[in-house]
Write a protein that binds this ligand. Sequence first.
Ligand code: CS2
Length: 437
Amino acid sequence: MTSVRLDRSSWAAPPRPVRIVHIGVGNFSRAHQAWYTARADPTGAWGIAGFTGRSAAVADTLSRQGGLYTLIERGPDLDRLEVIDSICEVRPASDLADLAAAVAAAPTSVVTLTVTEAAYAPAPASGALPAVPDRLVTALAARFDAGAGPLAIVSCDNISANGSVLRDLTLAAADRRRPLLGAWIDAEVSFVSTSVDRITPRTTEDDRRLVQSELALVDDAPVVCEPFTDWVLCGEFPADRPHWEDAGARFVSDIEPWERRKLWLLNGGHSLLAYRGLLRGHATVYDAVGDHTLGAALERFWDLAERHLPAAELDLNVYRRDLKRRFANSRIGYPLTQIAADGLGKLRSRVVPVIEAATEAGESPEPALQVIAAWVQWLENVPDLAAVDASTDELRPVLRTTGGEDRTRALLGLLAPGWGSRDELVTATERLRIDLS
Ligand code: CS2
């Protein structure tokens, strides 16, 4: 069978008009928000202009393909392939003038972001604000100057109260820039908090070959994800938005229970399996969850977390049962190294709050503390720190100059304010670390 290159010349529908700007085009946003938009809007009224995040590599490839790519939904038994056409253009993050122009354009009503947890943290040494809100402020200033009216900014990163955190950072960055800008943002720009969920492993050469053999398409940028997907949103859309609910998204008045359920149970569970699994020689979530010791540790962690979630509202039995099925999807092969990366930023949202909730209630946090202990032990053996954590500047001095309990203390100090001086937490973590080593 002859294959054709996937690009706009082989695609019947015209490019959609841009009404959404996305910052951080990567595999996850293409498996999630871009899929929701394509699914919710089959008539093609909503197009996305994408800007890359940390890695600009995908910009060239996707641009060559006119933004088109294949989404491979990988179930336990079969793959379902579909070409997604909601992204119309993709540019590198460095094109700040283009970003500003896209956000300032009157038809743009929504800006979505997937920029990773680390992008929301101020620089450790200088306390300087992170770069993403600064870029956002440049873009919002252009919209203010253009008189293009209100819009919604939708954070889709795995941190709690992501919309509110981004709002505070953006307003702080705006205040430093121009006096009236902050007031305009406050009045006209809404920051929507969301909980996002879809397991999206890295794409492999086999996936590219699969697209070629199944669809006769040469696609250099397919994305693989599990069939499950979830999106919970909370906040106003002062301009317009796609009917994402038609694709299954849920709009709620209080995001906290939903984001906690997802961050604590799924992401926290992932990190437990990643650090403990890598220490035990496993490679994927599927391998780790099948290890009886880790399966039991996961249940204990979930039991602890569940005691601090509003059970009635969240249908936790069903959620946990589904999670087990999702983790046991052998065909996803989700690499533990992918989860282990950027632990400092990730653990702050997914494991630290569980430990805090347990200690405040006078319970032993040990089922959650083991994740931190395993992270500390895993960091010990990482050959190239820069390759596994964006917070290298914070971690490197600690890893270079300390060892044993001092190192554990220093790492806990980085994870959460005051933790470095909580002796009982440091001793318990160090004891668990030694058990895992
Ligand atoms: C994972 C997440 O890599 C990780 O840290 O825990 O990417 C996880 O797969 C997604 O949040 C699932 O929605």
